[in-house]
Design a protein around this ligand. Structure first.
Ligand SMILES: CCCCCc1ccc(-c2ccc(S(=O)(=O)CCO)cc2)cc1/C=C\c1ccccn1
Length: 240
């Protein structure tokens, strides 16, 4: 991955996104509104517009028992599982395998009435980060998805409006070893998930429609995604 033309951008964006994800809601600047809550899952957004278009940053935090950060990032990054958990996905193509930790995707998402259908081209990078707070604790895993251009897929040349997104999924595993020295099992692990996204919907879409879509779709996405990982991993060895 080091020699690829996108590498400098990838490294910069990943460092930036991880720093943002690590900040708590309080530190992240004011204006965050809690707009959805379900058990351990809390979803915040900031209302922001760019040229009259809604580009609300979203930050979700969740704690899920029985899975690890590596597993969450593995199922988020790996293309073959995406149709199982990405509710609004219509078409997904891997445009380039830049390296074993970096792919480029083209996706079209189902049309959401009354807005026109959207598509997106982005690079996706998975990375393990040292756990600065606790040296011998489990590593942090992250996946960063960032819109990019691809010569074969110019924006807005077909039926879809091209959207632009920056997404960071950052996961911190927690291990609570069993008291009685029995071997570690899934009851002793949990994962703190932070999901940050900024989506520019591309062409104009009514603010009310966009905010209704996000309010409905994001909680659904995170619940379905985490339930999917629990189901996929329950009889498999723990991936640290
Ligand atoms: C009028 C509707 C405009 C918005 C449509 C839209 C834009 C972006 C995206 C989207 C959301 C998450 C990612 S990802 O995190 O990178 C994972 C890989 O797929 C990529 C794309 C989706 C959707 C459409 C609906 C929607 C909105 C939230 C959540 C889920 N679906």
């Amino acid at each position: 991955a080091c020699q690829h033309r996108l590498w400098p951008e990838i490294d910069k964006v990943v460092q930036q996104q991880v720093a943002m994800a690590r900040m708590g809601i309080g530190e992240c600047g004011s204006g965050w509104q809690l707009f959805a809550e379900d058990g351990e899952m809390k979803m915040y957004r900031r209302e922001e517009e760019l040229d009259g278009m809604v580009v609300d940053p979203l930050k979700a935090v969740h704690v899920v028992k029985g899975i690890t950060g590596h597993e969450v990032c593995h199922y988020f990054f790996t293309p073959q599982y995406r149709y199982d958990w990405e509710t609004t996905l219509e078409q997904m193509n891997v445009l380039e395998t830049i390296s074993d930790d970096t792919l480029m995707f083209m996706q079209t998402h189902k049309r959401i009435w009354p807005a026109s259908q959207r598509d997106v081209v982005f690079w996706s990078h998975i990375r393990k980060l040292p756990n600065e707070k606790d040296r011998d604790g489990p590593d942090i895993w992250t996946v960063v998805n960032n819109s990019t251009e691809h010569p074969d897929y110019p924006a807005n040349n077909g039926k879809c409006v091209r959207i632009f997104l920056k997404v960071c999924l950052m996961c911190q595993t927690r291990v609570d070893p069993p008291k009685d020295g029995t071997p570690l099992s899934r009851e002793n692990v949990s994962c703190k998930i932070t999901y940050c996204s900024v989506v520019n919907p591309g062409g104009w879409a009514p603010a009310s429609v966009l905010r209704a879509v996000y309010k409905r779709e994001y909680p659904k996405f995170l619940k379905r995604f985490t339930a999917y990982i629990i189901n996929q991993t329950k009889n498999k060895p723990i991936m640290f």
